[in-house]
Write a protein that binds this ligand. Structure first.
Ligand SMILES: [Zn+2]
Length: 296
């Protein structure tokens, strides 16, 4: 269920010709953060990624899921955050060793791979874009992604501290210039104003006050609001599909001495059990040779 402390606001700076999305998370973020004993640097990055993912859903017409997926061969092996059009969020990170650093340098991770994926629930279509991980913070990497893939400048601020996470995204309105009377300096002005917001203000001020604090001299207008909440999309059927993908020999090898397979969802800690009879049903139509092992 949506919580009053977790929300996405869309707004418009009409004169400047800029649209924006502000996301603030508290309960949903704490649900995600509390699922594992994350080192502070991993936790901070996960919170930023979760808020960014939610905010990205506010910049497009989404019917389905949007996810951010990072893999590397370094300390941060996996980071995955997802938000759907109803505002349901989930996320996790996996790391190796002690990441005692104050902040994780994404570009410093060996072989980093960062992707944004949009799954359209209605058509079943998947759209994936790779974000070059060259230098900078997650916010800067995402700005670079928009610049390259959509030829769209954007100004992105992300924060995570003291049990809260937040994101602010600004983008210029309709590139065709057909909307409103856009001011040639409007985009630069909006970016400069947004840059004056401190991380504490981004995280702590109520959304109306964030907008008032930044844009009191612009004609800022709220255009939409949505609650956000933690929720998992795992199901017995999805776990069964993973077992089927693993193939017969690998899934049979996962049977424990008590004759069951136990699969724990890493997003929500729900446990699923399959005994030999269940497994036989899952694998019934599978040829003898194991399929390709794709887990997700
Ligand atoms: Zn789950």
């Amino acid at each position: 269920m949506p919580n009053p402390n977790d929300h996405l606001h869309r707004f418009l700076l009409e004169r400047a010709g800029v649209s924006g999305v502000l996301v603030q998370l508290e309960d949903a973020w704490q649900e995600v953060a509390g699922r594992s004993d994350y080192p502070p640097a991993v936790s901070a990055l996960l919170g930023q990624a979760l808020a960014a993912t939610a905010a990205l859903t506010g910049t497009i017409k989404l019917s389905g899921n949007l996810s951010l997926h990072l893999r590397s061969k370094g300390d941060l092996s996996l980071l995955f955050t997802e938000c759907n059009d109803a505002g349901r969020l989930r996320g996790l990170a996996q790391w190796r060793g002690d990441t005692a650093d104050a902040a994780i340098d994404l570009a410093g991770q060996p072989e980093p791979l960062l992707a944004i994926t949009i799954d359209n629930a209605a058509t079943g279509q998947r759209q994936q874009g790779l974000v070059p991980v060259e230098h900078g913070t997650l916010a800067q990497l995402l700005e670079g992604y928009f610049e390259r893939s959509e030829q769209l400048p954007s100004h992105i601020r992300l924060g995570c501290a003291n049990g809260r996470a937040a994101a602010l995204i600004l983008q210029p309105l309709a590139r065709s210039g057909g909307i409103g009377q856009t001011d040639p300096d409007g985009w630069n002005r909006a970016c400069h104003l947004a840059a004056t917001l401190s991380e504490t203000e981004l995280l702590q001020l109520p959304p109306e006050q964030v907008l008032l604090r930044l844009f009191h001299e612009e004609d800022v207008r709220l255009t939409g609001e949505r609650g956000l909440f933690f929720g998992c999309q795992c199901s017995r059927e999805r776990v069964a599909a993973v077992l089927r993908n693993l193939g017969r020999s690998e899934s049979e090898a996962a049977l424990q001495p008590d004759g069951r397979i136990e699969v724990t969802c890493e997003f929500c800690n729900t446990r699923y059990h399959f005994d030999r009879v269940d497994l036989e049903q899952v694998l019934r139509d599978l040829p003898e040779t194991p399929g390709s092992a794709t887990t997700h």
